[in-house]
Design a binder for this molecule. Structure first.
Ligand code: ADP
Length: 596
């Protein structure tokens, strides 16, 4: 760049100087010639004007018995050579015959071939003064007709213009010298200009090249207040602005990247060529596959909608769904377009948990209906039998039927109470009445409460209570409910004559636990995860027979959760079941609890 601009500067300067010199030279040389010609004719006119009476008179007045008029005219003219500017080298006078234009005499001998009849001589031959000049001719002349002693003569002044020519030649060489000097100065000037103009421009170019590579850190030095200086300043401001904008855009992109990276929903973006341009880890996880550059829309989602359909989807996008590895996915396909770019965005939302919750809700409603319908059907049929046979049934039968009706209504009440309790937990309306009480005492009370029942089933119940059990802060009634539930279950689901062990202890400094182990029917491996579900019972008939609702363990688990404790099955080899509850000593941290 430096070179080309430099050469341009030199060329401009040279052209400027040359054209200036040509114009000035031509003007000067023309002026000199013009001045010389004007001066010549003015001199002739002045000489022959009325003011120069003597000269004209001497020319025209013949002396007495004059023999050679032409010689006389020549003599007068010789006298007045100074007035006429005749120098006998470049300017001469001639006396011509007034009728023929023939040479008679002159300040110089007749030129070879005679004096040519110029236009001015022709004019004078006709009797008028010929003093027209021709700029193009290489001479200038004037022919003045006079009469002397009755004879016509022509006074002819001829100038070879040699003086003007030599003056012009001198001027030309002067101009050429000036031109050479001007050229030297222009080259020097162009170097100076290059230094003041090209160098800052070079710095600016370097800065711009740096900016093009993304380096905005370099601030260019402003060395002048001229246009280049202003340009540098503008560039610095622009670079600063660009740097800020790019940083802001980068920041936004980082935010978006982080969002994409960590969001639970999957996002896959395709360009107009249907190639994957963006995919987040959630999408790969949900779709259960890794993505490569070669993946296309058609192969991934083409089975739902064509790319054209997705591209021209309405504002809400197109909804689809699919099941991948047992997970339910909802998909939303929407086009995006920005500044010529665009494509299709696919959002993948995992609705498995929602579906499960929905299914559980449906199951729950079905279970509730079923659980209530059974006792209701029983009540209805026994009541109808009683109604139909009023007075006809034996009293002991009536008594038994009424007993069944009462039992079934109790069962319904029981179910409804349990449901109410659960619904309170669900809605968060169930507050704990926290008190501080000895944990060992609660375990012992439970043991005492079930002892009779256990004996009725010929079970042996063992209690293993260490001495160091601390006080706990909890809702005693609820904790007792949990304990009663798991011990009663052990009694219920252990065939008569079984062995039940209730033990308790500390887990670290901050927890206590109670474990109930039986050698009863246990729970099949596949059902272990489900026994805390609402209404879930391994053996419905057995449970119902023993007055179970299938809600006991669900309620127990809710109570433990509220206390920030846990209720879980302990793995064991022997037949039967071991269930353990664990409780923090200090009580739940979250004071949703109510002081008891
Ligand atoms: P239920 O009112 O039916 O006892 P629970 O919620 O207390 O309801 O228990 C759920 C189910 O878990 C019971 O129906 C039973 O099948 C199983 N279960 C609970 N405890 C035991 C146990 N100790 N041994 C075997 N199965 C049990």
């Amino acid at each position: 760049m430096r070179k080309s601009l430099h050469i341009k500067l030199v060329l401009i300067m040279v052209l400027l100087i040359v054209s200036l010199m040509v114009v000035v030279g031509a003007f000067l040389m023309n002026s000199v010639t013009g001045y010389y010609i004007d001066e010549f004719y003015q001199q002739i006119r002045d000489a022959f004007s009325q003011d120069n009476v003597d000269f004209v008179r001497y020319l025209q007045t013949a002396t007495e018995d004059e023999e050679d008029g032409a010689a006389m005219v020549g003599a007068v003219l010789s006298t007045y050579e100074g007035v006429l500017g005749v120098d006998r080298r470049n300017r001469n006078f001639y006396v011509l015959d007034g009728a023929t234009g023939r040479f008679l005499t002159g300040s110089a001998p007749e030129p070879e071939g005679g004096i040519p009849i110029t236009p001015n001589i022709s004019t004078a031959l006709l009797g008028t003064v010929g003093d027209d000049s021709s700029v193009t001719a290489d001479y200038m002349d004037a022919a003045i007709p006079i009469t002397r002693g009755g004879q016509p003569y022509i006074v002819y002044i001829l100038d070879s213009r040699e003086t003007a020519r030599s003056l012009n030649a001198e001027m030309f060489s002067l101009i050429m010298e000036a031109l050479v000097l001007g050229l030297i100065i222009s080259v020097l000037l162009s170097f100076l200009l290059a230094k003041t103009m090209v160098n800052p421009l070079q710095r600016l170019t370097n800065g711009i090249e740096g900016a093009a590579r993304g380096d905005f850190s370099r601030k260019l030095e402003v060395t002048s207040g001229d246009e280049i200086g202003q340009l540098t300043e503008s560039f610095n401001a622009m670079a600063q602005q660009l740097e800020t904008t790019i940083a802001a855009v980068e920041n936004e992109r980082n935010k978006l990247d982080t969002l994409f990276l960590h969001m639970a929903d999957g996002v896959v973006a395709f360009d107009r060529e249907q190639r994957v341009i963006h995919v987040n880890p959630a999408a790969a996880r949900l779709l259960g596959r890794a993505f490569t550059q070669e993946d296309t829309y058609a192969e991934l989602f083409g089975d739902m909608f064509t790319f054209q359909q997705a591209e021209s989807a309405p504002s809400g996008g197109l909804a689809g769904s699919r099941t991948v590895e047992g997970r339910y996915l909802e998909l939303l396909l929407a086009p995006f377009a920005r500044e010529g770019q665009g494509g299709v965005l696919v959002l993948i939302h995992d609705v498995t948990e929602q579906r499960k919750a929905e299914q559980m809700r449906k199951d729950f409603v079905a279970n509730v209906s079923h659980e209530l319908r059974t006792p209701l059907t029983n009540i209805k049929s026994y009541a109808e039998t009683l109604d139909n046979g009023v007075g006809e049934l034996p009293p002991e039968m009536e008594h038994r039927f009424l007993g069944v009706i009462l039992n079934e209504s109790d069962r319904m009440t029981h179910i409804l109470q349990d449901l109410l309790t659960l619904s309170r937990f669900d809605s968060g309306r169930s507050e704990l009445r926290l008190t501080t009480f000895p944990f060992a005492k609660a375990v012992d009370d439970t043991y005492q409460a079930v002892l009779m029942d256990a004996q009725n089933h010929s079970h042996t119940v063992e209690l293993a209570l260490p001495d160091n059990l601390p006080q706990v802060r909890a809702d005693r009634e609820r904790i007792m409910q949990v304990m009663m539930n798991i011990v009663s279950n052990a009694i219920k689901y252990t065939p008569d004559g079984g062995r039940i062990v209730i033990s308790a202890g500390r887990a670290g400094d901050d927890k206590v636990w109670m474990e109930v182990d039986d050698n009863g029917i246990g729970i099949p491996e596949g059902d272990r995860d489900r026994i805390f579900e609402r209404f879930y019972r391994v053996d419905k008939a057995r449970s119902r027979q023993s007055g179970g609702t299938g809600l006991g363990l669900s309620i127990a688990q809710e109570i433990m959760l509220q206390h920030e404790g846990t209720l879980y099955l302990v793995d064991k080899e022997d037949p039967g079941l071991t269930i353990c509850m664990e409780l923090p000593v200090v009580g739940p941290r979250e004071e949703a609890a109510h002081e008891g």
